[in-house]
Write a protein that binds this ligand. Structure first.
Ligand code: ZN
Length: 186
């Protein structure tokens, strides 16, 4: 009962595809938008700079735009960042999409449904309590209780009985955490 936990290989949460944007389309009933390949619209008068990320409705393809910068001094932005907006940098588009302040400003939530996976090496259970760390390669909001149940192939009730985590089990998190899995009750 008092044996120290062994450390098992870490788990990783990572995206399989980019998340969708939970916002209503301007013309059809769909409420999911995508950034597609990642395109920006940038405008500058040489002194002030504005940029939008272009988004397409997944149902009808209607294009809209979400604000990234609004009339900020050109000189306040690094040159490589400006280049990224002018040249539709795909990595900058992803970075913008996943930036929590961008989501907050444009009042949307990301929809990660079916767009991520848990990489969880098989757990060998006959060596006493196990400590497992979960790393987030992408900021996918998950409930630890569900994630652990899925990763271990056990029920959520069993997770509650056997798992001690360093975060609340039922509250969604996007940040790495670790947990200790006790041996099964006999
Ligand atoms: Zn639409």
């Amino acid at each position: 009962m008092s044996s120290l936990p062994h450390t098992a290989p870490s788990w990783a949460v990572r995206r399989t595809r980019l998340p969708l944007i939970g916002l209503e389309c301007a013309v059809c009933p769909s409420d999911r938008l995508t950034i597609g390949d990642g395109r920006f619209r940038a405008v500058s008068d040489g002194r002030l700079f504005s940029a939008w990320l272009l988004v397409d409705c997944v149902a009808c393809g209607q294009t809209g735009k979400l604000r990234v910068h609004r009339r900020v001094p050109v000189r306040s932005l690094p040159a490589d960042l400006l280049d990224g907006y002018w040249n539709d940098s795909p990595s900058l588009a992803v970075e913008t999409l996943l930036d929590p302040s961008f989501a907050q400003r444009n009042r949307f939530e990301l929809d990660w449904d079916g767009r991520w996976e848990l990489h969880a090496p098989p757990v060998l259970e006959d060596q006493g309590p196990l400590r497992i760390a979960v790393a987030f390669d992408d900021p996918v909001p998950v409930r630890p209780e569900r994630l652990i149940a899925h990763g271990l192939g056990i029920s959520r009730g069993e997770v509650v009985r056997r798992v001690e985590a360093d975060v609340p089990l039922k509250r969604r998190t996007k940040q790495g955490f670790s947990f200790v899995l006790a041996e099964p009750d006999l």
